[in-house]
Write a protein that binds this ligand. Structure first.
Ligand SMILES: CC(C)(COP(=O)(O)OP(=O)(O)OC[C@H]1O[C@@H](n2cnc3c(N)ncnc32)[C@H](O)[C@@H]1OP(=O)(O)O)[C@@H](O)C(=O)NCCC(=O)NCCS
Length: 374
């Protein structure tokens, strides 16, 4: 457990009534974990009850991505009453690929998530102090080359060292009487991805990302970065939608993606019950422009829309659409009256990145799709 030094304590002054509290930073003890989860539940439990949200967090803590202490809960608590948590966040591991002018290599990274301060203690600098302490851990024992987070609160994190990255989102919507009638549309055949296929597909995808990085042409001061789409990471969000599906509908989603074998293409999706949307986590199509891949992509996106309808989700979203995706969306408009809108994301889940020790580097973030989010 990373804690317990005077360096990790500070005082805050409250008004009405005037009192000074000593606050301690550390990794949550089992008792504090529960308080942290209740604090997060008050913000993000929907559509679950707060109790179910706490259960969900316990369930997720056993998933391969984070088991064996991969997921750490951090907190600020009262020194005299450690069970009283004032602010919390968590760090979740990510595997990163980095390319500079000479080498491609894997590196350790973390996603910071669920930053929250108890409503009674907001505006006192607690979240700022928490992030300072967590940064010190990331730069020290955490051995993180990079940390990422997703801001929905404007420039708050940018002022604390996490630089915002470009963020583009496409949103698909369809008429109320939508029925795909895909059979008559002459699109390639697709199938649901089985959970037993996921490991192999992810391995292939990771190999392709590595190959793509090998081939990049890189200037001496440039850094290219990507979060690797490993099976542990992709299936992590599936675990969350399975848990919520079970609680709200009595069964988990049957499918987490679609594959078109003939075009060697596939995509994964995440049932985002909280935001009432189906998020495309990752699209994998072979490199280079091709009408076949575009049509395969259109067919898989129709599957996504059908899946969204099945679960009464209002829209399908995807991040970082490339030319092939934009081409596929034109097919969707023409054949199925599925509309799409592509816009910069300024206020919601904007990816933000901090290098080790707050270093400044000329960085290009590749494959910045939804799978990188937590
Ligand atoms: C955001 C939050 C964690 C800030 O905690 P805090 O302990 O009050 O933060 P601090 O006192 O250290 O800093 C206050 C800063 O938060 C900013 N802030 C708080 N809520 C904000 C919001 N909804 N949008 C934008 N900025 C916000 C303030 O403008 C201030 O910024 P500045 O100091 O750079 O001017 C807290 O308001 C909270 O728990 N909100 C609900 C959960 C949430 O939205 N978490 C962030 C998810 S990305």
């Amino acid at each position: 457990m990373y804690i317990e030094s005077k360096m990790n304590q500070f005082e805050i002054t409250l008004r009405n009534p005037d009192r000074v509290l000593t606050v301690a930073f550390g990794e949550a003890t089992p008792e504090q974990e529960l308080s942290c989860r209740h604090l997060a539940a008050a913000e993000w439990s929907m559509p679950l009850s707060k109790e179910d949200y706490v259960e969900q967090e316990k369930y997720l803590s056993q998933k391969p991505l984070v088991s064996n202490r991969g997921w750490r809960l951090w907190c600020l608590s009262l020194l005299d009453h450690p069970s009283e948590v004032l602010a919390t966040c968590k760090t979740i591991p990510r595997e990163l690929l980095i390319r500079d002018v000479s080498v491609v290599g894997r590196a350790k990274a973390y996603c910071i998530a669920s930053v929250v301060t108890h409503p009674q203690y907001r505006g006192l600098g607690l979240a700022s102090r928490l992030l300072e302490y967590v940064s010190a851990w990331l730069d020290g024992p955490g051995d993180a080359v990079v940390s990422v987070l997703y801001t929905s609160i404007g420039d708050f994190y940018e002022r604390r060292g996490w630089a915002k990255l470009p963020a583009i989102q496409s949103t698909l919507s369809w008429p109320a009487d939508f029925s795909s009638m895909k059979d008559g549309a002459r699109l390639p055949v697709t199938n649901p991805i089985l959970s037993t296929e996921l490991l192999e597909l992810c391995k292939q995808d990771v190999r392709d990302v590595e190959y793509y990085f090998e081939k990049l042409s890189v200037q001496p001061d440039e850094f290219h970065v990507s979060v690797l789409p490993t099976a542990d990471l992709i299936s992590w969000l599936h675990g969350r939608s399975d848990f919520i599906g079970n609680r709200i509908e009595g069964a988990p989603p049957r499918s987490h993606g679609s594959i078109c074998g003939a075009a060697d293409s596939w995509l994964y999706w995440y049932h985002d019950f909280r935001k009432q949307q189906l998020a495309i986590q990752r699209i994998r199509i072979p490199q280079g422009p091709s009408q076949v891949h575009r049509e395969a992509l259109a067919a898989m996106l129709v599957d996504a829309v059908e899946e969204a309808c099945r679960w009464k989700l209002n829209k399908v979203i995807l991040w970082e659409p490339n030319a092939e995706v934009l081409g596929a969306m034109q097919i969707l408009q023409g054949k199925f009256n599925i509309k799409s809108e592509t816009l910069a994301r300024h206020n919601k889940s904007v990816p933000s990145l901090r290098w080790h020790m707050g270093g400044v580097k000329r960085t290009t973030f590749h494959f910045n799709e939804f799978y990188t989010w937590s």
